[in-house]
Design a protein around this ligand. Structure first.
Ligand code: SAH
Length: 214
């Protein structure tokens, strides 16, 4: 699993991540370790570490490596956290998170994607990820609160249930905007207060659900 791909991942870290400001050593180590090529179609494996997003099934996409690293770094994980992800997709982002926290909960609304991601989590023995089929804009109240929440699809607003299910202190990253372009927003909950900061411009597929696009 290392060898050729290990070398390519190291180049990805050196050329795409460090120069753009990814400095959290734990995040860089996770990006060096998680085999991104396992999360894309066989025909796309040779391009898996390129500086761009790639198509996955059902017209969805796996984000560019830099965006995965940047959103992960924004959560400032130290290892003990319970993290909720909305939009499992290929499973790659959940896999990266799973190397950096205690437990990942991830929700996907498209069954074929969920099934594929679960199979890879098993193959890689990433046993601290649980995934379910649902509308993630409703969160996953049974396991709340979450120390960190990441939404990997773009919505018009920050879904209220996710704010409610965020721990205090807690951090949430989400792309918010129209269906063409979004701002990555970092929400911090601290002592009952909510602070929202705009990070960078991003382009994500639609967050579809009760508190997303219809
Ligand atoms: N994190 C993924 C990115 C996948 S693209 C990865 O690493 O590959 C975004 C995903 O969000 C798509 O798979 C889409 O089906 C899913 N999605 C969109 N709206 C959703 C919702 N309300 N609940 C759960 N998943 C949703």
């Amino acid at each position: 699993m290392n060898g050729k791909f290990g070398t390519i991942r190291e180049r990805m870290v050196q050329e795409q991540l460090i120069p753009r400001g990814i400095s959290d050593e734990r995040v860089l180590e996770a990006m060096r370790t998680v085999p991104r090529h396992c999360f894309v179609d066989g025909a796309l494996q040779s391009r898996a570490y390129g500086d761009f997003p790639l198509p996955i099934a059902s017209g969805q996409t796996i984000s560019q490596p830099y965006i995965v690293a940047s959103m992960t770094q924004a959560l400032a994980l130290s290892g003990a956290e319970r993290v909720l992800e909305i939009g499992t997709g290929s499973g790659y982002q959940a896999a990266v998170l799973s190397r950096l926290c205690k437990q990942v909960y991830t929700i996907e609304r498209i069954n074929v994607l969920l099934a594929g991601a679960r199979r890879i989590f098993d193959e890689l023995t990433y046993f601290n990820i649980v995934a379910k089929l649902d509308d993630g804009t409703l969160g996953w109240p049974e396991n709340s609160p979450y120390d960190a929440i990441m939404v990997t699809a773009g919505g018009p607003v920050i879904p209220e249930p996710l704010l409610d299910q965020l721990a205090d202190p807690g951090r949430l990253v989400i792309p918010v905007g129209d269906q063409r372009l979004q701002k990555l927003q970092l929400v911090e909950k601290l002592e009952g207060e909510i602070m929202i900061r705009d990070l960078e411009d991003v382009r994500f597929v639609d967050l579809v659900g009760k508190h997303g696009w219809k």
